[in-house]
Design a protein around this ligand. Structure first.
Ligand code: ATR
Length: 289
């Protein structure tokens, strides 16, 4: 089966970001369209923040099927849309827009992609489990809210800047009803809580290439077998944090699955088809290598 040439019926999806040059999403989505012989194409658009309203209007005017939205537009785009999915509303950020006959609906597949990566990559279901999140930025917010919406029994949040951990904990408790508690950062983090939780998620940028030896200040020795430890970083594929967790016997998962499944879920929203996950993973791995 060949890849259909672009023609009058081609559905266009894309990415709005600033910058977008290094995004892996075009390779991942176009490989999936090709595998299923879908007459779709995925194009990155470098959208300056001042041009975001016009760019969103262009989705309507040009009839794009949908777009992903990345840094720095994920929050700013909300008031420009016609409808926001409940989870995206709670997270306060949108990464996927679907054009439903001119009505633009915003979703957040970062959080749901993360939870799907736990289930698919580690057979870990958050229901009735407890979790500890390191970090309180945008990624932490998506992960925290979606874990809570997936039936988590309780959540702890620790962050270098304590006020941000407190704000996120309050936000999660208020919007989802799942109790979230802010904890001190680093050496002051209670080791008994680190020992007790089922899941630990590292969402800070510490350890990201090129600073691959950086590791958050964390009582790694309190980790043990039976726990799942995730790092949202995928480059390097094993951060110092994950290596430390593995050395204590914990199961580990890096951030590639979240990147993959946020794309898988966006693909399914736009096309209504089951995504060819293996093809998308292969395309991603080629980009990361
Ligand atoms: P993202 O959207 O990727 O989560 P962000 O919103 O900029 O990015 O958040 C970055 C997170 O990494 C924050 O939790 C930040 O901590 P602060 O709130 O204290 O800034 C954390 N972070 C970044 N560099 C860090 C460092 N050197 N040590 C500890 N935490 C760090």
């Amino acid at each position: 089966m060949g890849f259909p040439a672009i023609n009058g019926n081609t559905k266009v999806c894309g990415l709005f970001g600033w910058p977008v040059e290094h995004s892996f999403s075009p390779a991942m989505h176009n490989a999936a369209y090709q595998r299923l012989s879908l007459n779709y194409t995925y194009v990155p658009f470098n959208v300056h923040p001042a041009s975001l309203p016009q760019a969103v209007q262009a989705v309507r005017a040009l009839g794009l099927a949908g777009v992903n939205v990345t840094v720095p537009h994920k929050q700013a785009v909300l008031p420009l849309l016609d409808q926001i999915d409940a989870a995206a509303q709670m997270i306060g950020a949108v990464n996927t827009i679907v054009n439903v006959d001119g009505k633009l609906v915003g979703y957040n597949t970062d959080g749901s992609g993360f939870v799907k990566s736990l289930i698919e990559g580690a057979r870990f279901a958050p229901k009735n489990k407890t979790a500890l999140i390191l970090g309180a930025g945008g990624a932490a917010r998506a992960v925290a809210v979606q874990l809570a919406l997936s039936g988590l029994a309780g959540l702890y949040i620790t962050n270098r800047t304590p006020a941000r951990a407190a704000e996120l904990a309050e936000h999660v408790s208020r919007t989802t009803g799942v109790q979230a508690v802010a904890l001190p950062w680093g050496h002051d983090l209670p080791a008994d809580i680190v020992m007790e939780v089922d899941l630990v998620v590292q969402t800070t940028s510490m350890g990201m290439s090129p600073h691959i030896d950086q590791c958050p200040d964390f009582p790694l020795t309190a980790l043990h077998a039976g726990q799942l430890v995730c790092d949202l970083i995928y480059n390097p594929d094993q951060t110092a944090f994950l290596r430390g967790a593995a050395a204590r016997g914990a199961a580990t998962l890096n951030g590639l699955g979240m990147l993959l499944y946020q794309g898988v879920l966006a693909f399914e929203l736009w096309t209504g088809q089951t995504a060819p996950v293996d093809v998308m993973r292969e395309a991603l791995l080629k980009q990361v290598a």
